[in-house]
Design a binder for this molecule. Structure first.
Ligand SMILES: NC(=O)c1ccc[n+]([C@@H]2O[C@H](COP(=O)([O-])OP(=O)(O)OC[C@H]3O[C@@H](n4cnc5c(N)ncnc54)[C@H](OP(=O)(O)O)[C@@H]3O)[C@@H](O)[C@H]2O)c1
Length: 323
Protein backbone atom coordinates (compact mmCIF):
# COMPACT_ATOMS: atom_id res chain seq x y z
CA UNK A 1 0.00 0.00 0.00
CA UNK A 2 1.01 3.64 -0.38
CA UNK A 3 1.86 5.57 2.79
CA UNK A 4 3.58 8.74 3.97
CA UNK A 5 6.57 7.62 6.05
CA UNK A 6 9.68 9.11 7.62
CA UNK A 7 13.01 7.53 8.64
CA UNK A 8 14.17 10.40 10.83
CA UNK A 9 12.81 13.43 12.68
CA UNK A 10 12.91 16.72 10.79
CA UNK A 11 11.00 19.23 8.67
CA UNK A 12 8.32 18.18 6.16
CA UNK A 13 11.22 17.33 3.79
CA UNK A 14 11.70 14.03 5.68
CA UNK A 15 8.28 12.77 4.57
CA UNK A 16 8.20 10.36 1.62
CA UNK A 17 5.42 8.58 -0.25
CA UNK A 18 6.41 4.90 -0.28
CA UNK A 19 5.04 1.45 -0.95
CA UNK A 20 4.95 -0.45 2.38
CA UNK A 21 3.21 -3.53 3.83
CA UNK A 22 -0.33 -3.18 5.13
CA UNK A 23 -0.35 -2.84 8.95
CA UNK A 24 -1.26 -5.99 10.92
CA UNK A 25 -4.23 -5.52 13.23
CA UNK A 26 -4.41 -6.75 16.84
CA UNK A 27 -7.38 -8.52 18.47
CA UNK A 28 -8.88 -5.24 19.73
CA UNK A 29 -8.33 -3.38 16.47
CA UNK A 30 -9.96 -2.91 13.11
CA UNK A 31 -8.29 -2.55 9.71
CA UNK A 32 -9.57 0.55 7.91
CA UNK A 33 -9.41 1.35 4.21
CA UNK A 34 -8.61 5.03 4.71
CA UNK A 35 -10.68 7.55 2.72
CA UNK A 36 -9.50 10.74 4.43
CA UNK A 37 -7.01 11.78 7.12
CA UNK A 38 -7.08 14.98 9.15
CA UNK A 39 -3.93 17.05 9.63
CA UNK A 40 -3.36 18.78 12.95
CA UNK A 41 -0.43 20.31 14.83
CA UNK A 42 0.15 16.99 16.64
CA UNK A 43 1.32 15.53 13.30
CA UNK A 44 3.94 18.29 13.09
CA UNK A 45 5.14 17.49 16.64
CA UNK A 46 5.53 13.78 15.82
CA UNK A 47 7.25 14.58 12.51
CA UNK A 48 9.81 16.94 14.07
CA UNK A 49 10.13 15.16 17.42
CA UNK A 50 9.67 18.55 19.06
CA UNK A 51 9.58 19.35 21.90
CA UNK A 52 12.24 16.79 22.89
CA UNK A 53 10.08 15.77 25.87
CA UNK A 54 7.95 13.80 23.36
CA UNK A 55 10.93 11.63 22.45
CA UNK A 56 11.64 10.91 26.13
CA UNK A 57 7.96 10.09 26.71
CA UNK A 58 8.29 7.14 24.35
CA UNK A 59 7.68 8.36 20.80
CA UNK A 60 11.22 7.31 19.83
CA UNK A 61 14.56 8.82 20.80
CA UNK A 62 16.29 9.10 17.39
CA UNK A 63 13.41 8.47 15.01
CA UNK A 64 9.65 8.03 15.42
CA UNK A 65 8.75 4.51 16.57
CA UNK A 66 5.76 4.64 14.22
CA UNK A 67 7.18 5.71 10.84
CA UNK A 68 3.80 6.35 9.16
CA UNK A 69 2.36 9.78 9.98
CA UNK A 70 -1.25 10.79 10.55
CA UNK A 71 -3.71 10.27 13.43
CA UNK A 72 -7.20 11.48 12.47
CA UNK A 73 -8.90 8.95 10.20
CA UNK A 74 -12.16 8.30 8.35
CA UNK A 75 -12.76 5.26 6.18
CA UNK A 76 -14.43 1.91 5.70
CA UNK A 77 -13.80 -1.11 7.94
CA UNK A 78 -11.99 -3.80 5.95
CA UNK A 79 -11.59 -6.42 8.71
CA UNK A 80 -12.00 -6.69 12.49
CA UNK A 81 -9.87 -8.33 15.20
CA UNK A 82 -11.11 -11.31 17.24
CA UNK A 83 -12.26 -9.25 20.26
CA UNK A 84 -13.98 -6.47 18.31
CA UNK A 85 -17.74 -6.34 18.91
CA UNK A 86 -18.86 -2.86 17.84
CA UNK A 87 -17.82 -2.85 14.17
CA UNK A 88 -18.05 -5.14 11.16
CA UNK A 89 -16.52 -5.05 7.68
CA UNK A 90 -18.18 -2.40 5.53
CA UNK A 91 -18.94 0.02 8.42
CA UNK A 92 -17.99 3.64 7.78
CA UNK A 93 -16.04 4.91 10.78
CA UNK A 94 -14.04 7.87 12.06
CA UNK A 95 -11.59 8.28 14.94
CA UNK A 96 -7.89 8.20 15.71
CA UNK A 97 -5.15 5.71 14.86
CA UNK A 98 -1.39 5.55 14.33
CA UNK A 99 -0.56 6.10 10.67
CA UNK A 100 -3.64 7.43 8.86
CA UNK A 101 -1.59 8.95 6.00
CA UNK A 102 -1.83 5.60 4.22
CA UNK A 103 -4.21 3.50 2.17
CA UNK A 104 -4.84 1.24 5.18
CA UNK A 105 -4.52 1.84 8.91
CA UNK A 106 -5.29 -0.11 12.08
CA UNK A 107 -7.20 1.54 14.91
CA UNK A 108 -8.30 0.48 18.39
CA UNK A 109 -12.01 -0.20 18.63
CA UNK A 110 -12.29 2.20 21.60
CA UNK A 111 -10.98 5.11 19.52
CA UNK A 112 -13.57 4.81 16.75
CA UNK A 113 -17.25 5.50 16.16
CA UNK A 114 -19.61 5.14 13.23
CA UNK A 115 -19.31 8.07 10.85
CA UNK A 116 -22.33 10.39 11.00
CA UNK A 117 -24.28 9.71 7.79
CA UNK A 118 -24.56 13.43 7.07
CA UNK A 119 -20.77 13.87 6.83
CA UNK A 120 -18.48 13.11 3.92
CA UNK A 121 -15.30 11.17 4.73
CA UNK A 122 -13.31 14.43 4.38
CA UNK A 123 -15.54 16.16 6.93
CA UNK A 124 -15.46 13.17 9.31
CA UNK A 125 -11.65 13.01 9.22
CA UNK A 126 -11.54 16.64 10.36
CA UNK A 127 -13.44 15.90 13.57
CA UNK A 128 -11.66 13.56 16.02
CA UNK A 129 -8.66 15.32 17.60
CA UNK A 130 -9.92 18.89 17.28
CA UNK A 131 -13.45 17.84 18.28
CA UNK A 132 -12.31 15.86 21.36
CA UNK A 133 -10.17 18.81 22.40
CA UNK A 134 -12.89 21.44 22.08
CA UNK A 135 -15.57 19.25 23.70
CA UNK A 136 -13.52 18.12 26.69
CA UNK A 137 -11.97 21.56 27.26
CA UNK A 138 -15.42 23.16 27.48
CA UNK A 139 -17.39 20.39 29.21
CA UNK A 140 -14.81 18.77 31.52
CA UNK A 141 -12.06 21.34 32.18
CA UNK A 142 -14.26 24.43 31.78
CA UNK A 143 -17.47 22.90 33.22
CA UNK A 144 -19.38 25.26 30.93
CA UNK A 145 -22.96 26.22 31.78
CA UNK A 146 -25.67 27.93 29.73
CA UNK A 147 -25.48 31.71 29.91
CA UNK A 148 -21.75 31.84 30.71
CA UNK A 149 -19.42 34.08 28.74
CA UNK A 150 -16.71 32.12 26.91
CA UNK A 151 -13.64 33.62 25.21
CA UNK A 152 -12.07 31.43 22.51
CA UNK A 153 -8.56 32.64 21.61
CA UNK A 154 -7.67 31.08 18.27
CA UNK A 155 -11.30 30.78 17.18
CA UNK A 156 -10.63 30.30 13.45
CA UNK A 157 -8.29 27.29 13.62
CA UNK A 158 -8.85 23.56 13.85
CA UNK A 159 -9.77 23.42 17.55
CA UNK A 160 -11.28 26.92 17.63
CA UNK A 161 -13.92 26.30 14.96
CA UNK A 162 -15.19 23.30 16.97
CA UNK A 163 -14.98 25.22 20.26
CA UNK A 164 -17.06 28.18 19.05
CA UNK A 165 -19.84 25.89 17.76
CA UNK A 166 -19.86 23.62 20.82
CA UNK A 167 -19.85 26.56 23.26
CA UNK A 168 -22.94 27.89 21.46
CA UNK A 169 -24.52 24.42 21.63
CA UNK A 170 -23.93 24.47 25.43
CA UNK A 171 -25.82 27.79 25.56
CA UNK A 172 -22.85 30.08 26.21
CA UNK A 173 -22.31 33.61 24.92
CA UNK A 174 -19.19 33.31 22.80
CA UNK A 175 -16.44 35.76 21.88
CA UNK A 176 -13.93 34.56 19.30
CA UNK A 177 -10.44 36.02 18.84
CA UNK A 178 -9.00 35.73 15.32
CA UNK A 179 -7.32 37.80 12.60
CA UNK A 180 -9.13 40.17 10.21
CA UNK A 181 -9.79 37.86 7.27
CA UNK A 182 -11.37 35.21 9.50
CA UNK A 183 -13.82 37.41 11.41
CA UNK A 184 -16.67 36.55 9.02
CA UNK A 185 -16.00 32.83 9.36
CA UNK A 186 -16.00 33.00 13.18
CA UNK A 187 -19.26 34.96 13.14
CA UNK A 188 -20.79 32.53 10.64
CA UNK A 189 -20.19 29.54 12.95
CA UNK A 190 -22.07 31.28 15.75
CA UNK A 191 -19.76 33.62 17.70
CA UNK A 192 -21.78 36.43 19.30
CA UNK A 193 -18.74 38.75 19.31
CA UNK A 194 -15.45 38.73 17.41
CA UNK A 195 -12.21 40.39 18.47
CA UNK A 196 -9.77 40.96 15.58
CA UNK A 197 -6.45 40.59 17.36
CA UNK A 198 -4.61 42.64 14.72
CA UNK A 199 -6.70 45.72 15.65
CA UNK A 200 -7.94 45.15 19.17
CA UNK A 201 -6.43 43.67 22.32
CA UNK A 202 -8.82 41.37 24.21
CA UNK A 203 -6.87 42.18 27.39
CA UNK A 204 -7.92 45.87 27.08
CA UNK A 205 -11.62 44.97 26.80
CA UNK A 206 -13.87 45.78 29.79
CA UNK A 207 -15.64 42.39 29.31
CA UNK A 208 -14.91 39.59 31.78
CA UNK A 209 -15.23 35.90 30.85
CA UNK A 210 -16.33 32.90 32.92
CA UNK A 211 -14.21 30.59 30.75
CA UNK A 212 -11.22 31.34 28.54
CA UNK A 213 -10.02 28.67 26.10
CA UNK A 214 -6.47 29.67 25.23
CA UNK A 215 -5.81 27.80 21.99
CA UNK A 216 -3.38 30.19 20.24
CA UNK A 217 -1.38 33.28 20.94
CA UNK A 218 0.86 32.07 23.78
CA UNK A 219 -0.40 34.74 26.17
CA UNK A 220 1.18 34.83 29.64
CA UNK A 221 -1.09 34.20 32.65
CA UNK A 222 -0.65 37.86 33.64
CA UNK A 223 -2.53 38.92 30.47
CA UNK A 224 -5.23 36.25 30.69
CA UNK A 225 -6.18 36.36 34.39
CA UNK A 226 -7.38 40.00 34.48
CA UNK A 227 -10.07 39.26 31.83
CA UNK A 228 -11.35 36.19 33.72
CA UNK A 229 -14.19 36.67 36.24
CA UNK A 230 -13.01 36.34 39.88
CA UNK A 231 -14.01 32.64 39.93
CA UNK A 232 -13.56 32.01 36.21
CA UNK A 233 -11.71 29.12 34.57
CA UNK A 234 -8.74 29.37 32.22
CA UNK A 235 -8.12 26.27 30.09
CA UNK A 236 -4.71 26.27 28.40
CA UNK A 237 -5.03 24.12 25.27
CA UNK A 238 -2.23 25.11 22.94
CA UNK A 239 0.38 27.55 21.81
CA UNK A 240 3.47 26.71 19.86
CA UNK A 241 5.96 28.92 21.73
CA UNK A 242 8.30 27.65 24.44
CA UNK A 243 11.66 25.93 24.57
CA UNK A 244 12.90 22.99 22.51
CA UNK A 245 12.68 20.69 25.51
CA UNK A 246 9.22 21.23 26.93
CA UNK A 247 7.47 23.48 24.37
CA UNK A 248 4.32 25.13 25.72
CA UNK A 249 4.12 22.81 28.75
CA UNK A 250 5.87 25.38 31.00
CA UNK A 251 2.85 27.69 30.89
CA UNK A 252 0.49 24.87 31.88
CA UNK A 253 2.79 23.90 34.77
CA UNK A 254 2.87 27.49 36.05
CA UNK A 255 -0.94 27.59 35.87
CA UNK A 256 -1.26 24.31 37.81
CA UNK A 257 1.15 25.55 40.50
CA UNK A 258 -0.65 28.88 40.95
CA UNK A 259 -4.23 27.62 40.75
CA UNK A 260 -4.56 26.28 44.35
CA UNK A 261 -3.63 29.72 45.74
CA UNK A 262 -6.16 31.82 43.76
CA UNK A 263 -9.97 31.84 43.40
CA UNK A 264 -9.77 31.41 39.62
CA UNK A 265 -9.21 27.92 38.23
CA UNK A 266 -6.14 27.75 35.97
CA UNK A 267 -5.90 24.48 34.09
CA UNK A 268 -3.54 22.85 31.64
CA UNK A 269 -5.32 20.37 29.41
CA UNK A 270 -4.66 17.24 27.36
CA UNK A 271 -7.49 15.68 25.36
CA UNK A 272 -8.52 12.02 25.74
CA UNK A 273 -9.30 9.84 22.74
CA UNK A 274 -12.56 8.03 23.53
CA UNK A 275 -15.24 6.52 21.33
CA UNK A 276 -17.89 7.77 23.81
CA UNK A 277 -16.93 11.38 23.07
CA UNK A 278 -16.84 10.69 19.31
CA UNK A 279 -20.46 9.63 19.74
CA UNK A 280 -21.21 12.86 21.64
CA UNK A 281 -19.64 14.83 18.77
CA UNK A 282 -21.62 12.78 16.23
CA UNK A 283 -24.83 13.61 18.12
CA UNK A 284 -24.04 17.36 17.96
CA UNK A 285 -23.34 16.94 14.23
CA UNK A 286 -26.60 15.07 13.59
CA UNK A 287 -28.49 17.73 15.61
CA UNK A 288 -27.14 20.37 13.21
CA UNK A 289 -25.16 22.10 15.98
CA UNK A 290 -21.70 21.24 14.68
CA UNK A 291 -20.27 21.25 11.15
CA UNK A 292 -16.57 20.73 10.47
CA UNK A 293 -14.99 23.72 8.73
CA UNK A 294 -12.59 22.52 6.03
CA UNK A 295 -10.17 25.02 4.62
CA UNK A 296 -8.42 22.81 2.11
CA UNK A 297 -7.96 19.23 1.03
CA UNK A 298 -4.73 17.80 -0.40
CA UNK A 299 -4.07 14.43 -2.07
CA UNK A 300 -2.08 11.91 0.01
CA UNK A 301 1.05 12.53 -2.08
CA UNK A 302 1.01 16.19 -0.97
CA UNK A 303 1.08 15.49 2.78
CA UNK A 304 4.29 17.53 3.17
CA UNK A 305 2.62 20.51 1.49
CA UNK A 306 -0.39 20.17 3.80
CA UNK A 307 1.84 20.15 6.89
CA UNK A 308 3.85 23.15 5.66
CA UNK A 309 0.57 24.99 5.18
CA UNK A 310 -0.53 24.22 8.75
CA UNK A 311 2.94 25.11 10.07
CA UNK A 312 2.44 28.70 8.91
CA UNK A 313 0.05 28.98 11.88
CA UNK A 314 -2.91 30.66 10.17
CA UNK A 315 -5.28 27.78 9.41
CA UNK A 316 -8.90 28.57 8.62
CA UNK A 317 -10.60 25.51 10.05
CA UNK A 318 -9.16 22.10 9.16
CA UNK A 319 -6.79 20.70 6.55
CA UNK A 320 -7.54 17.16 5.31
CA UNK A 321 -5.75 14.61 3.10
CA UNK A 322 -8.01 12.70 0.72
CA UNK A 323 -7.34 9.21 -0.59
N1 LIG B 1 -3.97 20.16 24.70
C1 LIG B 1 -4.42 19.34 23.75
O1 LIG B 1 -4.86 18.23 24.02
C2 LIG B 1 -4.39 19.82 22.32
C3 LIG B 1 -5.13 19.15 21.35
C4 LIG B 1 -5.13 19.65 20.04
C5 LIG B 1 -4.35 20.76 19.73
N2 LIG B 1 -3.61 21.35 20.71
C6 LIG B 1 -2.80 22.54 20.42
O2 LIG B 1 -3.68 23.63 20.19
C7 LIG B 1 -3.05 24.56 19.32
C8 LIG B 1 -3.99 24.93 18.20
O3 LIG B 1 -4.35 23.78 17.48
P1 LIG B 1 -5.24 23.96 16.17
O4 LIG B 1 -5.45 22.61 15.62
O5 LIG B 1 -6.42 24.80 16.46
O6 LIG B 1 -4.21 24.78 15.25
P2 LIG B 1 -4.45 25.48 13.84
O7 LIG B 1 -5.53 24.76 13.11
O8 LIG B 1 -3.12 25.64 13.23
O9 LIG B 1 -5.06 26.92 14.19
C9 LIG B 1 -4.36 27.89 14.88
C10 LIG B 1 -5.21 29.19 14.74
O10 LIG B 1 -4.72 30.18 15.63
C11 LIG B 1 -4.84 31.46 15.00
N3 LIG B 1 -3.94 32.37 15.69
C12 LIG B 1 -2.60 32.51 15.57
N4 LIG B 1 -2.15 33.47 16.41
C13 LIG B 1 -3.24 33.92 17.09
C14 LIG B 1 -3.42 34.92 18.10
N5 LIG B 1 -2.42 35.64 18.58
N6 LIG B 1 -4.66 35.10 18.59
C15 LIG B 1 -5.72 34.39 18.12
N7 LIG B 1 -5.60 33.46 17.15
C16 LIG B 1 -4.38 33.23 16.64
C17 LIG B 1 -4.53 31.18 13.55
O11 LIG B 1 -5.10 32.01 12.55
P3 LIG B 1 -4.99 33.61 12.49
O12 LIG B 1 -3.75 34.00 13.18
O13 LIG B 1 -4.91 33.99 11.03
O14 LIG B 1 -6.24 34.12 13.13
C18 LIG B 1 -5.18 29.80 13.36
O15 LIG B 1 -6.52 29.93 12.91
C19 LIG B 1 -1.75 23.92 18.86
O16 LIG B 1 -0.70 24.44 19.66
C20 LIG B 1 -1.96 22.45 19.16
O17 LIG B 1 -0.75 21.77 19.36
C21 LIG B 1 -3.61 20.90 21.98
Amino acid sequence: MKAIVQDTYGSADVLALREIDRPVMGDNEVLIAVRAAGVDPGVWHLMTGMPYLLRILGFGLRRPKVPTRGRDVAGRVEAVGGNVTRFKPGDEVFGACEGSFAEYATAREDRLALKPASLTFDQAAAVPISGWTALQALRDAGEVKAGQHVLVIGAAGGVGTFAVQLAKAFGAEVTGVCSTTKADLVRSIGADHVIDYTREDFAESPRRYDIILDIAGNHPLSRLRPVLTPKGTLVIIGGEAGGKWTGGIGRSLRAALLSPFVAQRLRGFISKETSADLEVLAAHIEAGELTPVIERTFPLAEAAKAIRHLEEGHARGKVVLTL
